[in-house]
Write a protein that binds this ligand. Sequence first.
Ligand code: NAD
Length: 305
Amino acid sequence: MSAKIIDGAQLAMDIRRDLSRRVESLEAASGVTPGLAVVLVGDDPASRVYVANKTRACKAVGIRSVLHRLDADVEQDSIIAIIKALNEDPSVHGILVQLPLPPWIQSRPVLEAISVEKDVDGFHLYNVGGLVLGDAIFSPCTPYGVVKLLESVGISVDGQNVVIVGASNIVGKPMAHMLMTRDATVAICHAKTRDLAQFTILADILVVAAGVPNLILPQMVKTGAVVIDVGINRMADGRLVGDVDFEALVKKASYITPVPGGVGPMTVTMLLENTYLSALRSQGALVNRAGNAASGDEAFYASGR
Ligand code: NAD
């Protein structure tokens, strides 16, 4: 068996092309340009690269982005004051605080300061709670990207056994809720799971987000399973690899995402999508997760009211 490669880079390009058209239409109809404010604290080189990628991607689809760079020794209250000012600014539709924050700053109060309507990363408690109920205003970008990847190749998770390796707040846990909402049977594994393979072998769909290269070997995966590799690991020789043994699993899985070029490009794309949706909602539009006019309960929750 040779797996079909799910091409995240191509899908991200397609979505971004469509998004620039939607941004243009919104501007033409209402004069509103979606705006994203990014708050970057300190000098972490990886964070600077991520932020540069996000602002470049915004520009490419016509979203206005404003970067607030703050010194690492900034007071927590000053960060919160900036966020509160951005909450009041009608030209800003999304606010993103690049994580991780320096260890002496508590991330929770900072993230809670972001208004729910502008929480395009989906990390505010209200959005996390919404995710549990299946009605989040903004879905967190990485798991949202995974859902889009599965949809793009026509894979339904309904009734499927999904095993998620990794239980972080930004990937594993929201991923589990999003897939449960879509009627998958979900198991979550983490660093303290005993005998990981006894879980992964049951997976029809395996989502791996642990940050450990070669964690998933072919003998741990059922023939014909769908394998989504969220992991990003920089090896000593400079190569970027995921968490699964891609070369071996491409011969055993039915579908697999590559690293790079799988989940990564989708994460930034979903951030752009969420910022656009927020701008649309600011115009009083009721929209569903696909960015279309919505009705009933879905419209109620998606509108954030
Ligand atoms: P994290 O460190 O916050 O969480 C890792 C999770 O994996 C934890 O729940 C931990 O218990 C579990 N884990 C660690 N070692 C394990 C093991 N040996 N067996 C089973 N579980 C184990 O990391 P994160 O922020 O969730 O990121 C995970 C990976 O995904 C990283 O490689 C990160 O770079 C990548 N990531 C990629 C994207 C993307 O856009 N592609 C986005 C976010 C994170």
